[in-house]
Write a protein that binds this ligand. Structure first.
Ligand SMILES: *Cc1c(COP(=O)(O)O)cnc(C)c1O
Length: 335
């Protein structure tokens, strides 16, 4: 499949002849989830965004943000990140042949994401502070230096990410509700924009981790904490737009505990054969815990791949079975 800009150029801010930096992102599966459907009493589909080139939906926004930066002559791109934006930026910067710089909160980023950012050759800066502090600082740096800021405050990110709604509309025709994890709130903003552009208005249900739920409390959270590191954000940049998406669609925002997130995380792997990262499971945890307003056809967005965060996965399972290299021992272990 061609990448997003090629597929949807008529609905994106790019003209024929503009540079396109693509890894053939998008066109991700929309998988029916029979066991989850049975559990919640609705027809539930999973949008598998972990199958993008760097393993998260961030690639949709990044192809647009980096293509636009290259068009504008940028020689470097920068972001603050809980991990996936860093991995995505690093890959697209490598592809474009420009410098990539990422600022991540010290010690709070999943190991797979860190490995990706370093392998793709970005400069990775570990900040003695949280995501919100990192975002404030990169905004300052980008405002005074010729470096393009590609966090979701960059409108090209929203443009790219809205294409997931186009794909859902193409696959299903219509849906009653969308369940999505909310961190910095760019993605829910993008989905709502995309749905409006194709004439749909599903109820938008955003779910935050209980320890990082500023939209639920109506106030920033100074020290956000959750196992779902991708949504460990206390002061979302797209706050008003996310609230608008949820209120004007008659949806809502609610919190899910880490225990509920991890329960959904294991359920998806064991009952549906889908391994997402913990933050992604917040959409399903929210659907299980709070429902989706009685909706019949629901899409849950699984934002990132489970392989990103092997430490959390291994903390959730019993270990491997040790065995001597003898037939009787193998038989005992297998049977
Ligand atoms: C970035 C991210 C989110 C949160 O998206 P926002 O646009 O910041 O709300 C959720 N899950 C994963 C895996 C992410 O990488």
């Amino acid at each position: 499949m061609p990448g997003l800009i090629e597929r949807y150029r008529d609905r994106l801010p790019f003209s024929a002849g503009d540079p396109v930096i693509s890894l053939e992102e998008g066109s991700t599966p929309l998988l029916f989830a029979p066991r989850l459907s049975e559990r919640v009493g609705a027809e539930v589909h999973l949008k598998l965004e972990g199958l993008n080139p760097t393993g998260s939906f961030k690639d949709r926004g990044m192809t647009c943000a980096v293509s636009a930066a290259v068009r504008d002559g940028a020689e470097a791109v920068i972001c603050a990140s809980t991990g996936n934006t860093a991995a995505s930026l690093a890959a697209y910067a490598a592809r474009a042949g420009i410098r990539g710089v990422v600022i991540v909160p010290e010690g709070k980023i999943a190991v797979g994401k860190l490995a990706q950012a370093l392998m793709y050759g970005a400069r990775v800066i570990s900040l003695a502070g949280n995501f919100d502090a990192a975002l404030t600082l990169v905004r300052q740096v980008a405002s005074v230096h010729p470096i393009a800021l590609v966090n979701s405050v960059n409108d090209f990110r929203i443009e790219g990410q809205k294409t997931a709604s186009f794909e859902i509309a193409e696959a299903l025709g219509d849906l009653d509700a969308l369940c999505i994890p909310v961190g910095n709130a760019g993605n829910i903003t993008a989905y709502w924009k995309g749905f409006r552009e194709v004439g749909l208005a599903p109820r938008m249900f955003g779910f935050q981790a209980a320890g990082a739920a500023p939209l639920v409390h109506g106030a920033p959270v100074a020290h956000p904490e959750t196992v779902a590191s991708a949504i460990r954000i206390g002061n979302p940049a797209r706050w008003e737009q996310a609230m608008d998406a949820m209120t004007s669609s008659a949806g809502g925002v609610a919190a899910v505990t880490d225990a509920q997130i991890l329960d959904a995380y294991r359920f998806l792997a064991r009952q549906e054969g889908v391994f997402c990262e913990p933050a992604s499971a917040a959409s399903v945890a929210g659907l299980i815990a709070h429902g989706a307003g009685g909706a019949e056809r629901v899409v849950c967005v699984l934002t990132g791949n489970g392989l990103k965060d092997p430490d959390t996965a291994l903390s959730q399972v019993s270990g491997v079975v040790a065995c001597a290299a003898e037939i009787s021992a193998i038989e005992a272990a297998v049977l």
